[in-house]
Write a protein that binds this ligand. Structure first.
Ligand code: V1D
Ligand code: CA
Length: 505
């Protein structure tokens, strides 16, 4: 399955990233990203890919997921300004997530890199995009958590979801209808959480002679911790499947039970693989490969986001798994072999020399280049003694994952994935069919649709024309089903895009 063929890789690196400092005693060190970069330079890998400096995430980027008040707080917080204890508590700013100098610039930098990387994949300019400073999977809509402040992964996935495919033309021959939308809330949000839910996003919209398919994105998380922030954000949708492999049981953040599978339309689109300490390469891939093979077959994503947290490596300061760099990077090799646009992100990783080894080696895997074990001289060579090799030997710690428990986990998850494969919505992806407008509209599950028409391409608003005026008047309105029906029944329809509930995707 694994293939070493070449891929076009772009790599985002902000030279300032290594200067951000969470403070004394905090395990998260952005310096590890600079160490990785220096090692990449030593191995000559920077010449084999496009090295790009990220554009910092804008307010608009950040507000696609995060709340106004939380972003305003992050923007204004500095360690030397008095900060109200209640506000700090409200946004979960704590020892794990302190207010440090340059905090907001740091957030903009790592989030901007992930958004830029996703955009580059959307434009088809790269097969693989990399941001080792990203992957901060615990951040919630209005809350920091586990060293994570803004969730660059959710923002990148939202960017990847902007891609859509249109099958057929609704009103030929002059005009085509293209639109993006998501429906308004239909599930009681309190059941899940009040904080970080992105509304349900439908998969397809069917018109008389057309089918519009919206992109599906797969998120895979091999950090030792559960990818809770990303899972929660997409818990209600079938457009994003989240798969997290993690230590479960008396371990941060405490979520990620195998029975947590998504809700509503999102049911079966969240997958949790709970593991115990000491897992080695062989045991890990005993579950990783069959599960991911089935996920790829059942979900058929248009893009894959892989969070490569390096705290699942043997000897990590906070972790308790026993993966070698080879074992960890085989996850990247395996996901790469499917030849689907791939976004590689960092994440946890607290034994700095191993983080740099791992992400450098994995950049080589992305490029299809095997690295010499002997490490080249570079700025931080002193960290890598006495071996000065790219690989590190795993420990002889006990593997608490019995074959029996791994089998039980694997069988349960594969069964769920098989049922997904036979579900109507998935067949629907396979076989575009036609429906009449009535059926299409009644397939919306909300009683009214809060539609904002934000783009016209075929309508000139300055033209003194009845149809144009009609279109202009529709801007920023809330349409009922029957009004939507009317819209669809117009003999000529301009190309336009719709947003629902204010979220443009
Ligand atoms: F080891 C530490 C040293 C100093 C300060 C904190 C820690 C530490 C270890 N483990 N913090 C943790 C976890 N926090 C708690 C807190 C106690 N509770 C009230 C919360 O157990 C946080 C672990 C975060 C892991 C982050 C991550 O690796 O998943 C990550 N991924 O992307 C970026 C980071
Ligand atoms: Ca994980």
């Amino acid at each position: 399955m694994a293939d070493a063929g070449k891929r076009r890789v772009c790599y985002y690196y902000e030279p300032e990233i290594g200067n951000y400092y969470y403070g004394q005693g905090n395990a998260m060190k952005p310096h590890r990203v600079r160490m990785t970069h220096s090692l990449l330079e030593g191995y000559g890998l920077l010449h084999r890919m496009r090295v790009l400096r990220p554009i910092p995430a804008s307010n608009r980027d950040l507000l696609r997921f995060h709340s106004d008040d939380y972003i305003a707080f992050l923007r204004s917080a500095t360690p030397d300004r008095h900060l109200d204890a209640d506000i700090l508590r409200r946004f979960n700013m704590s020892d794990d997530c302190p207010v440090f100098y340059g905090l907001f610039d740091y957030c903009q930098s790592y989030a901007g890199a992930s958004v830029c990387a996703a955009r580059e994949l959307n434009r088809g300019r790269a097969d693989i995009a990399i941001n080792w400073s990203g992957g901060l999977h615990h951040a919630k809509r209005s809350e920091a958590s586990g060293f994570c402040y803004v969730n660059d992964i959710v923002l990148a996935i939202l960017k990847l979801l902007e891609v859509h495919k249109i099958y057929g033309i609704l009103f030929p021959p002059l005009n085509s209808l293209s639109f993006l939308f998501h429906s308004s809330f239909s599930v009681p949000l309190k059941l899940i959480s009040e904080r970080s839910i992105i509304p349900q996003l439908p998969t397809a919209m069917i018109g008389r002679d057309s089918l519009l398919l919206l992109a599906r994105v797969l998120y895979v998380d091999i950090d030792i911790h559960h990818g809770d922030g990303v899972e929660e954000a997409f818990y209600l949708t079938d457009r994003v499947m989240t798969v997290s492999f993690h230590k479960f049981g008396d371990y941060f953040p405490g979520t990620g039970h195998i029975g947590d599978i998504g809700y509503g339309k999102g049911q079966h689109y969240a997958i949790n693989v709970p593991l115990d300490e000491g897992i080695d390469d062989e045991s890990y891939h005993y579950v990783f490969k069959p599960i991911m093979e089935k996920v790829m077959e059942a979900f058929r994503p248009d893009a894959v986001v892989l969070q490569c947290g390096a705290d699942s490596l043997s000897g990590d300061r906070l972790g308790c798994f026993n993966l070698s760099i080879k074992g960890h990077s085989d996850c990247i090799r395996y996901m790469r072999s499917f030849n689907v646009p791939l976004l590689l992100l960092g994440g946890g990783g607290y034994t700095l020399r191993n983080v740099a080894r791992c992400w450098c080696y994995e950049t080589g895997v992305a490029l299809g280049v095997e690295l010499d074990d002997e490490m080249p001289d570079h700025e931080y060579i002193g960290y890598f003694g006495p071996e000065f090799t790219i690989h590190a030997v795993p420990s002889n710690m006990e593997n608490k994952n019995s074959r029996r428990s791994l089998d039980a986990t694997k069988v349960k998850l594969l069964e769920t994935l098989s049922s997904l494969q036979h579900a109507p919505s998935v067949q629907f992806h396979e076989q575009p069919t036609s429906m009449d407008t009535d059926q299409a509209i009644s397939s919306f599950n909300s009683s009214f649709l809060d539609i904002v028409i934000w783009k016209f391409t075929d309508v000139d608003p300055n033209k003194d024309d009845e149809v144009c005026k009609e279109w202009e008047s529709l801007k920023n309105t809330t349409l009922t089903r029957s009004e939507l029906k009317f819209l669809f029944s117009l003999p000529t329809v301009a190309t336009f895009a719709l947003t629902f509930s204010g979220l443009q995707i």
